[in-house]
Design a protein around this ligand. Structure first.
Ligand code: HEC
Length: 189
């Protein structure tokens, strides 16, 4: 085809147009995209079998809720007597110490002598005196002072075990401990 044959017949202000069609493969992809988008729209939005992100999410949440409902309820009774009993249970105290080393040592040090957080090994306490008071401080935290609330972060059993462990530290007077804070309290026996 000569160049003249490919010139189109119209002319505007001396400008003429060349007939330069897009290649076949390019048009093919274009048509395929349109066909695919129509199929996609039907599949996911017009009642086709595809599930949208929302529907898939809702299905997964439902599945999770079913698993949660089927799981046995892990009721942990926490009172003074229960914490005192845990303190005598070497396995529970060992687990409590593990929780402490992992989560608490950064502020209270590995043996509880205190750093950012107060010394847990002296016989002084800022909040209350009993094992249950210790549990409450750990459970609720002291957000204004930089002590987190651990209730949402630890499973109930671990919360009780770490509280029982912390209570066993009192009166161990770890060397190099942070200066006493709070009121003088009795040793927990
Ligand atoms: C980010 C630092 C930080 C971490 C981590 C931390 N604490 Fe504390 N903790 C503090 C501070 C600061 C206080 C003092 C709060 C105040 O002055 O009322 C405190 C107070 C306490 C008290 C009360 C002491 C008292 O004298 O009444 C206990 C008990 C305690 N923390 C246990 C824990 C346990 C158990 C963990 C881990 C599960 C933990 N803390 C993790 C910073 C921390």
């Amino acid at each position: 085809m000569s160049d003249d044959d490919r010139l189109m017949h119209h002319e505007y202000d001396g400008i003429r147009e060349y007939d330069n069609p897009l290649p076949f493969w390019w048009k093919g992809i274009f048509v395929l995209c349109i066909a695919h988008s129509a199929a996609y729209f039907y599949w996911y939005h017009l009642g086709g079998p595809g599930l949208t992100e929302e529907a898939r999410y809702a299905a997964e949440v439902k599945e999770l809720e079913a698993i949660r409902a089927a799981a046995p309820k892990q009721e942990v009774v926490v009172d003074e007597a229960a914490l005192a009993a845990l303190a005598k249970d070497a396995a529970a105290i060992g687990r409590g110490q593990g929780v402490f080393l992992k989560n608490c040592a950064s502020c209270h040090t590995e043996n509880g002598r205190g750093l950012v957080g107060p010394n847990l090994t002296d016989q002084f306490q800022i909040h209350g005196q009993s094992r249950l008071d210790i549990y409450k401080t750990i459970h609720d935290g002291v957000p204004d002072k930089g002590m987190l609330s651990w209730a949402p972060l630890l499973p109930p059993a671990e919360l009780a075990e770490v509280s029982a462990f912390v209570a066993t530290l009192r009166g161990t007077d770890a060397p190099g401990g942070k200066a006493a804070e709070g009121r003088a309290v009795d040793r927990l026996r």
